[in-house]
Design a protein around this ligand. Sequence first.
Ligand SMILES: NC(=O)c1ccc[n+]([C@@H]2O[C@H](COP(=O)([O-])OP(=O)(O)OC[C@H]3O[C@@H](n4cnc5c(N)ncnc54)[C@H](OP(=O)(O)O)[C@@H]3O)[C@@H](O)[C@H]2O)c1
Length: 257
Amino acid sequence: MDLQLKDKVALVTGGSQGIGKAVALRLAHEGARVVVAARGRELLDLVAGEIRAAGGQVAAVQADVSRAEDCSRLVNETIKAFGGLDIVVNNAGTSATGEFESVTDEEWQTDFELKLFAAIRLSRLAVPYMKQQRWGRIVNVTNIGAKQPRAKSMPTTVTRAAGLAFTKALSKEYAPHNILVNTVCIGLIQAGQHERKAAKAGIPVEQFYAQVAQDIPLGRVGRAEEAANVIAFLVSEAASYVTGTSINLDGGSSAVL
Ligand SMILES: NC(=O)c1ccc[n+]([C@@H]2O[C@H](COP(=O)([O-])OP(=O)(O)OC[C@H]3O[C@@H](n4cnc5c(N)ncnc54)[C@H](OP(=O)(O)O)[C@@H]3O)[C@@H](O)[C@H]2O)c1
């Protein structure tokens, strides 16, 4: 399938590792010009190097997307590098869960800034460019917990549920401008966050993946490239009639559609 992504300008937050990295590599492979953003310089540079070595065009911008000023600078640098902005993948994030009474105001605030406000701010900054060209794609990466929150899953499940509502409302408002907005609800995908958790628990990450796979109908944790395949489709011309939807990327584990 030709995704018709050649020369589109795509901003991928959290593009230095895991799902974001796989999305950046995939979009660059499809001919898009990619901006990857994250806080850490080293991994960003490695991804940028990988894309350039494969003949792709990329800019790596160090930014903390939980800060309003970094979001503005990120979009400005995208425009400076490539002269436009067609696609935003709001992917930066990390797991944040605990017992309700132990989660402080500060932790709630941090989670909202990183997962919700970053998507709000970057979308608000990107939409004027997308409106101008009557073409735009926004994908918000969320979590299946948004649809079926379990005990001790806050603040993430609440922030992510807000992300679902944000996606739907934005899709309705900008459909007349041919700006399509969707979300992917992630279950378990192999990524740095799980490697760090396993290391903290003192077990090999393969053991962690094998344990959690027992509850996944497909019998395994997903690969970042499998998430990237779906996200690349959603931001492409091939998905031209898909907006305001959420896709579970969870190997079948979610109990809800
Ligand atoms: N993997 C899963 O099983 C899973 C499950 C549910 C939801 N998700 C969601 O999927 C998304 C990608 O997760 P992943 O598993 O691929 O994570 P990951 O491997 O830990 O990568 C996270 C990326 O986000 C960046 N990041 C984190 N905080 C940031 C900030 N404040 N500003 C800018 N960049 C930031 C990280 O780089 P720096 O640290 O250098 O900034 C890194 O590039 C996240 O939103 C996550 O919550 C993943």
